[in-house]
Design a protein around this ligand. Structure first.
Ligand code: HEC
Length: 166
């Protein structure tokens, strides 16, 4: 834990404070901190319940098709929840508030070359300096939605502003 803080700090001096916040938040620490995160989760889950859970996964899983839908500039509930997850998990502290890149690479660019499976694996298992998120229930439960949001950004279908729900 303290070792990874040092690594992140030394490689990303500009966002050292941010990275520190992320690492300290328990979201990625696993163990006790992970359990605390999981314990908080029911409330957060309840807040978004009823927002189309049942219709969610199939669309994203149906390979080939876009995992998001945008009508008149407004996004479907999944993509919106993906944006929320991106914010809550703090991905933006390294990748920029709208995935445009920051201390860590632009996900807008990365998603032009990686598959959804690679996305899932990298996010869950971590990659080099990116910590694993598999102990973060919010991220695990909303992985498809997270992908939908970042993919919409990558495809240029969504701008950097907070998305508006259909
Ligand atoms: C502490 C900083 C940090 C945070 C927080 C972070 N990432 Fe990353 N992420 C990185 C770095 C650094 C890389 C580049 C890894 C590499 O390719 O060496 C990366 C790479 C990625 C990649 C590309 C993986 C690939 O296979 O090329 C994806 C996708 C990604 N991050 C998604 C996310 C998501 C989603 C979140 C929030 C749940 C997140 N990241 C949070 C630092 C971070």
């Amino acid at each position: 834990m303290s070792l990874s803080k040092k690594v992140v700090k030394s490689i990303y001096p500009v966002t050292a404070a941010c990275a520190f916040t992320v690492l300290s938040s328990g979201a990625i620490a696993g163990g006790e901190a992970g359990a605390a995160e999981a314990a908080k989760e029911p409330a957060a889950g309840a807040a978004t319940e009823g927002a189309g859970e049942a219709t969610a996964a199939p669309a994203a899983a149906a390979g080939g098709d876009k995992p998001y839908s945008i009508v008149d500039g407004k996004v479907d509930a999944n993509t919106f929840e993906g944006w929320q997850t991106y914010r809550v998990a703090g991905c933006g502290q390294c990748h920029g508030g709208a995935a445009q890149g920051g201390a860590a690479p632009s996900l807008v660019e990365r998603l032009k070359t990686i598959s959804q499976e690679q996305f899932n694996t990298s996010v869950l298992e971590g990659k080099n300096l990116m910590p694993p998120w598999k102990n973060n229930k919010k991220v695990v439960d909303n992985l498809d939605k997270l992908y939908a949001y970042v993919k919409a950004r990558s495809d240029g279908a969504l701008g950097e502003d907070k998305p508006v729900k259909q």
